[in-house]
Design a protein around this ligand. Sequence first.
Ligand code: GDP
Ligand code: MN
Length: 415
Amino acid sequence: MRPSQRAPLLAAVALIFVLAIVYSKRLTSPNKESMDWRSLAKQPMADAHDKAKYKTVLQPTPEQLAVNSDLSYSTLLKNVGEPEGVLTRVESDSPRANATLLSLVRNSELSGLIRTMRDVERTFNSKFNYPWTFFNDEPFTEHFKKRTRAATKAEIRYEVIPQDQWNAPGWINGDISEVSNKILLEDNIVYGQMGSYHRMCRWNSGMFYKHPALKDTRWYWRIEPNTQYFCSIDYDVFKYMEDNDKTYGYVINIYDAPQSIRTLWPTTMEFVAKHPEYLHPNNSLAWLMEDTLRPDHNTIANGYSTCHFWSNFEIGDMNFFRSDAYDKYFEYLDQSGGFFYERWGDAPVHSIGLGLFLDKSKIHWFKDIGYVHQPYFNCPASDKCRGCKPGQFVATSNMNKENCIETFFKYAHAD
Ligand code: GDP
Ligand code: MN
């Protein structure tokens, strides 16, 4: 055969080869319709994967979508000052709070972390000098330690997460995770396939406050690599929380992907039915269940609006998370397997816990803290801020519908 005659033959052989591989894969890979994996799963979890149930999904009207974010814009544009209440200044000789700046971070994220540390040190910590605590599921490198030490004059603690806090618990069934991860992929849920992402969300949901290194610490400010801080903060934010009887501070409120938490709300309701005593009389249940702005979300998430405090920024009291109400709630969720069989994020888990078990007057919007974790901003109009556009929530306006801070104002905010 001449080379010109050989080419089509080779192509045909290659095609048959590829088809054979694809076909054999189809025969051997689990198929969510035919495989009897549901019998392996706990019943509520299995039910929620039954997507046939959710075929008729309500869509919000354009009018409903337009309501979002008007109030937060107008509030942020009104020359935002410091919060009312008792404020502790740098000069004050009262003792600092029992607090730490806290990051879960990988060695590979060093440059993004340094960038954020510079922002936090410039706007806040060079004045108040709170220690940093870095957590990692593997040891930090000497290079990481050297570079981070050079970015602050404050103390830094480098902590490795014990394996039994990080790894999936023994009752997680690998076959179920495999099939359910395929469903997450079909639903376009980012990181659904990534084991470490599931572990990270679980650790942030129910483990960080139990890490031995934080045993004697009450307050934390969660700081993520690659986030930016735009405004000078001239009062002690931890003392603000303590002195004004606050438990949890946030900057951004957004909707979650409901497909990542189909059974989180039903599982939560099971827990609450078993422990009605934990429900706080002044809770934010109406906020959690709000269903007029994004009814599609409530439908897919089985009753939860998916609106949550975006937890890449949090200033909080770990005693809340250590309380029986929250910690038992986490244990219940963990037993159900949803951190691995779905992609429950720590943000909705924290938010639901706070919304149910905490007095809503103890939740504070730090509107004066200019912040971005791409793509969402909190940007106040203030001469203390540089580098963000006042009132801007997101660069592309069609994503304004992801902002749900309005509903928190409407149903929950005391002020
Ligand atoms: P996203 O904000 O949901 O896109 O998630 P990120 O990738 O930003 O992760 C959230 C936080 O957890 C960041 O602070 C990451 O540095 C950290 N993180 C995520 N996965 C891992 C991991 O496997 N190991 C460690 N040490 N940190 C992680
Ligand atoms: Mn992030």
